[in-house]
Design a protein around this ligand. Structure first.
Ligand SMILES: [Zn+2]
Length: 82
């Protein structure tokens, strides 16, 4: 019987490779740096972002239907003039 942990790790690597190819770049609204590559999916009243699993980002709504992303760690945000 295959090791479940090994299968899970392999599936995670496949998901990462697929997102690198087909995912859309999501950029920090402050500095423009790419935060992650992902695809949004509506799932049971939630928006799930495939590809964002390891990204440390802050999200907000700046309009009723528009979500924004930015760095959480300010030392990683290359805001102009900093
Ligand atoms: Zn930033």
């Amino acid at each position: 019987m295959p090791d479940r942990s090994a299968i899970h790790t392999r599936l995670r690597l496949v998901r990462t490779a697929v997102m690198a190819r087909v995912g859309r770049p999501v950029r920090c609204e402050v500095c423009g740096q790419e935060l992650f590559r992902g695809l949004p999916i509506l799932w049971g009243g939630r928006v799930k972002f495939l590809g964002a699993e390891s990204a440390l980002v802050r999200t907000d709504w700046d309009k009723m239907n528009r979500m924004t992303f930015r760095h959480v760690e300010l030392d990683r945000c290359r805001r102009p003039g900093r």
